[in-house]
Ligand binder design. Structure first.
Ligand code: ZN
Length: 497
């Protein structure tokens, strides 16, 4: 990794002309860490004022007075973004509360989450998202944005979505326990793609095909062992769905982000589609990088997931996509269930696991186990949980260690070895699929909005004052009439005929 050019640092020169000497004092100085900036990884200090990064100072440069946080021996990452969590509010608070979920986020270096809409009731319009924000106010330790739910019965909502409330909508192409709102009919999905393109909305998709699963169920029925789970929800369902999504994106020009890609075949299709210039990106989860179907067969319900955990060769292809820059984001798909729910018979146990706390350290551990240099691994983490999701979802001020950005910082001890146990779990569910794992790397301090929000010794520090992040303002031109080139071309074609 190249050292950062000194010119990228803004020197905090003392300003004798300043009328207020105290103005030069910092609210916080994070001193002597290894800074992970978009330009590179290098030694330096971070000066914080008014909740923002005021300066990045090279070693030996002048530092203002103010409280110190010692970052020696640690990476200073931008506060990480997990763009895929299910914090279960409203209606499913027996599985998770926003307080617990956001504490788990901080413990995992995450200061911003994007929450999913499959709650009870689901969030299928802007009114329900505003109501959800009101419920969460004063209960979150991290900043948050919501993915709205795409409603199969009202796809037109997507054409007029207020970007200040949401810029993305989740569509389920297959159902499961907490996903009752499913696009079953082809015409519904087509209408959603057309409306989302018209409204400039990014569709985030659970891409498994319900028709493939129904067909298989009509022949095989439910599995009675966890070893039979992957064959019960096979890769064919995911591959068929991804192929449909690619075709619809090509027709309508819709921006799409495929969640939790699980197989080598989906990855190859999506990489080819992006190479064609389609506005398609994808996410890989921590658990699809950490486990294989051997774990599900051996250990049962904890890694029973949707999409299923697949074969070792799939895991290898997913790692390749993550480290080769093909995947834009990694997400936890943090989806807690109670131990009692997970221990039901295979056909009744809900898919999902908690993961916002484990995501970054599990991927860090995986990268180092692959022989990667820590600086390179840090840069990958800052892309996959920083610039990647920030750019995709217009999270202004997030995901970058740069002057002017929000002062959200995650300090990572890169080499501490520690064993995860249930006692570490901050999620209300109280269990982790990673119990017994030896992790390399541990977050020691997390800063949100310029204040220490969490540290390893004390847990959460301060009040749950995380903010609901507004979306970008409407563009100056009439945004609702903006059509994609694909749609314009089709209309032109129609006019000529
Ligand atoms: Zn999910």
């Amino acid at each position: 990794m190249e050292p950062l050019k000194t010119s990228s640092f803004s020197r905090t020169s003392p300003s004798p002309a300043s009328p207020r000497a105290s103005a030069a004092e910092a609210d916080l100085v994070v001193e002597g860490g290894r800074l992970v900036t978009p330009e590179g990884v290098t030694e330096g200090s971070v000066v914080v004022r008014d909740g923002r990064i005021a300066a990045l100072v090279a070693p030996g440069g002048p530092l203002p007075a103010g409280p110190r946080l010692d970052a020696r021996g640690r990476y200073v990452l931008p506060g990480l973004i997990d763009s895929h969590v299910h914090f279960r509010t409203p209606g499913l608070e027996h599985k998770e509360t926003w307080e617990n979920g956001s504490r788990a986020a901080l413990a995992g270096g995450v200061t911003t989450v994007m929450d999913m809409p499959n709650t009870r009731p689901p969030s299928l319009d802007t009114a329900s998202l505003r109501a959800k924000a009101a419920l969460i106010a004063g209960r979150s330790y991290v900043d948050h944005r919501f993915h709205m739910g795409a409603d199969p019965d009202h796809p037109e909502v997507l054409a007029h979505l207020d970007p200040a409330v949401a810029t993305s909508a989740k569509a389920f192409m297959a159902g499961h326990h907490t996903a009752p709102v499913v696009f079953r009919e082809a015409h519904q999905l087509e209408a959603a793609f057309a409306s989302a393109a018209r409204g400039g909305v990014r569709l985030v998709l659970h891409a498994e095909d319900q028709h493939v699963f129904d067909l298989l169920d009509s022949r095989g029925g439910d599995p009675d062992t966890y070893a039979g789970y992957e064959p019960h929800r096979p890769r064919s369902g995911a591959i068929v769905a991804v192929a449909k999504v690619v075709q619809l994106a090509r027709t309508h020009g819709t921006k799409v982000h495929i969640l939790h890609v699980s197989s080598a075949e989906e990855t190859d299709l999506l990489v080819a589609a992006a190479g064609e210039g389609l506005p398609i990106s994808f996410e890989v989860t921590g658990h699809h990088l950490s486990f294989t179907d051997h774990d599900t067969a051996r250990r049962g319900p904890r890694t029973r997931l949707s999409p299923a955990i697949r074969a070792p060769r799939d895991r290898e292809r997913l790692w390749q996509a993550v480290l080769g820059g093909e995947a834009s984001t990694i997400g936890s798909d943090h989806a807690p269930h109670t131990v009692e729910e997970k221990n039901r018979p295979p056909a009744e146990a809900p898919p999902g696991l908690p993961g916002v706390q484990e995501l970054a350290v599990s991927v860090w551990t995986g990268m180092l186990a692959r022989g990667m240099e820590p600086d390179t691994a840090a840069a990958h983490l800052a892309r996959l949980m920083g610039t990647g999701p920030a750019d995709l979802f217009d999270l202004a001020g997030k995901g970058r260690l740069t002057v002017g950005a929000d002062a959200d910082l995650a300090l990572l001890d890169p080499s501490e070895r520690w064993q995860m146990s249930a006692a570490h779990v901050e999620s209300l569910c109280g269990w982790s699929a990673y119990e017994g794992w030896m992790f390399t790397g541990r977050f020691t301090t997390v800063v949100r909005a310029g204040r220490v929000a969490w540290d390893l010794a004390r847990g959460t520090v301060g009040e749950p004052v995380g903010r609901w992040l507004p979306g970008p303002a409407l563009p100056a031109q009439d945004h609702l009439r903006t059509e994609t080139p694909a749609v314009q071309a089709r209309e032109l074609e129609g006019a000529v005929r």
